[in-house]
Design a protein around this ligand. Structure first.
Ligand SMILES: Cc1cc2nc3c(=O)[nH]c(=O)nc-3n(C[C@H](O)[C@H](O)[C@H](O)COP(=O)(O)O)c2cc1C
Length: 219
């Protein structure tokens, strides 16, 4: 048994790491290499994530190759061009000003894949997506460990997954879950950039918590 008791100071540190974790884009990354020991700690943290049936259905591809990253950056540019018209008027004007990735500004990208099991997985028999949710848990562990090491991470989802898979020679049944840009930063913002820019505001806790059920529909 492990009955380790965390202190109030430990709890405070965890809360600070969670509160001060930020999505970092190319406007705030520096190009310094991440030492191997630090990268190991980030990847190790990923493997401590919970996973359905302890299936650990993840694969991490460390992408440093410039040519590969240029192809993936081109996919971002194309997808981002298609995304802009989906927003109306002022939002579109604001959207096109946003820096939404750091693929070439960071020394390291990490592609995170979901690797489905050919065998039935304990706990994954009713809701198939729980395999992918497990991979997202791993990404969050990486994000928090990186922040604890004062390393920035940004999640880029404006990509064509089939392009990324082709560039990285990923097997057909592996699914891209996350494409991450990792590097040291010039600064960590106090709050999400999208909040500072008034794109979105944080939803207050009472507005996202219900007790017992959703309200009954009005008849
Ligand atoms: C699943 C997922 C996908 C995301 N994709 C992008 C993205 O493509 N580009 C981007 O700039 N930020 C992306 N983000 C980062 C969010 O914009 C960011 O988490 C949010 O604005 C809150 O900011 P914070 O992470 O600094 O607290 C993504 C985040 C998540 C969880």
């Amino acid at each position: 048994m492990n009955d380790w008791q965390f202190t109030a100071a430990d709890q405070q540190v965890l809360q600070r790491i969670m509160q001060l974790r930020r999505d970092v884009r190319g406007n705030r990354f520096c190009r310094d290499e991440i030492p191997a020991a630090e990268l190991d700690r980030i990847l190790q943290a990923a493997t401590w994530a919970p996973s359905v049936g302890f299936s650990q259905p993840w694969q991490f591809v460390l992408v440093r190759d410039r040519a590969a990253r240029e192809k993936i950056a081109a996919s971002f540019a194309e997808e981002n061009r298609k995304a802009a018209p989906l927003f109306a008027d002022k939002k579109r004007e604001q959207y096109v000003q946003l820096k939404l990735e750091g693929i070439l500004e960071t020394p390291l990208n990490i592609a995170v894949f979901y690797t489905p099991s050919p065998q039935p997985v304990l706990g994954q028999t009713s809701i198939n997506e729980v395999g992918e949710y497990s991979v997202v848990c791993a990404v969050q562990n990486m994000w928090l460990m990186a922040r604890a090491l004062n390393i920035g991470m940004g999640w880029v989802s404006i990509l064509d997954p089939s392009t990324v898979k082709a560039v990285l020679n990923a097997p057909a049944d592996h699914k891209l879950v996350a494409y991450l840009c990792v590097g040291y930063v010039t600064e960590f913002c106090e709050q999400p950039e999208l909040e500072t820019l008034q794109w979105e505001s944080r939803r207050p806790l009472p507005s996202v918590v219900l007790t017992d059920s959703y309200p009954a529909p009005e008849s």
